[in-house]
Design a protein around this ligand. Structure first.
Ligand code: DX5
Ligand code: ZN
Length: 241
């Protein structure tokens, strides 16, 4: 069993069948559920708010990995804590003070995450690395599912691993956007430990199979031993190294 954790993103689910989708994802062997909150201001898209998160929480035992893509996260911390967030991840580019927002989250005994958009250098979060539980490195421009993974972000993942060792910090490193059985390989090789996957999980009929394949890619990256089946086909076709 690898130490890599898989976090399916609920925005890729069919909301018309939320209860069924939650049962399927709980049964898939995923480690947590990634919940994307968008406000139409920080990002161009809007998803849902704390009431829906509370509903999701009441329907699943999976820990909720709440990713706030909103301009004023501090104002909503208490709402998302009450809704059942296991951790609250906000963006360093938001309009609130990171220190004040972190203090607010930790006052509720909730785990703290900070995220960086692709164009933001990792140095923007450096001063806060000692206080966080999770560092979320975006591998697409936040706002929409189904976008293409940005391999250039792997340099940030490697830097995050290095700074964690130097500072003896203990955050985990999460990547989000365009992760599938192929892109999980460079992500895990660079040092990512939490893999968010929306399309790659929910577009599959069998979520258990989808999660299993992502784990196989992660294991391949960690041990270079066993290819996931689909990966092997591509290699045979000469498409991957
Ligand atoms: C993007 C979101 C991601 C996204 C992942 O703004 O934060 O969580 O939904 O979806 P896929 O895996 O389809 O890129
Ligand atoms: Zn997300």
């Amino acid at each position: 069993m690898s130490q890599i954790r898989i976090a399916p993103s609920i925005i890729a689910a069919d909301f018309g069948m939320l209860k069924t989708e939650l049962l399927r994802v709980e049964d898939s062997g995923a480690d947590m559920l990634h919940v994307d909150i968008m406000d139409g201001h920080f990002v161009p898209n809007i998803t849902f708010g704390p009431d829906i998160v509370a509903k999701i929480h009441s329907l699943t035992k999976l820990p909720l990995d709440v990713h706030l893509m909103i301009s004023h996260p501090r104002k909503y911390v208490v709402k998302f804590v009450e809704a059942g967030a296991a951790n609250i991840t906000f963006h360093i580019e938001c309009d609130d003070s990171p220190s004040v927002t972190m203090a607010e989250i930790s006052s509720f005994d909730c785990r703290i995450g900070i995220s960086v958009k692709p164009k933001t250098p990792l140095s923007a979060v450096r001063d806060h690395l000692g206080q966080i539980d999770r560092l979320l490195i975006m591998t697409v421009e936040p706002g929409f599912g189904g976008q293409k993974f940005m391999p250039d972000m792997m340099a940030k993942v490697e830097q995050a691993v290095e700074w964690r060792a130097q500072g003896k910090y203990d955050y985990d490193i999460e990547v989000d956007g365009g992760l599938d059985i192929y892109t999980t390989v460079p992500a895990v090789t660079a040092g990512a430990e939490v893999i968010v996957a929306g399309t790659a999980v929910f577009a599959k009929k069998d979520l258990r199979e989808a999660v299993k394949e992502l784990r196989a890619s992660a294991d391949y990256a960690l041990h270079r031993k066993q290819y996931p089946e689909a990966y092997e086909e591509k290699v045979d076709e000469g498409e991957l190294p």
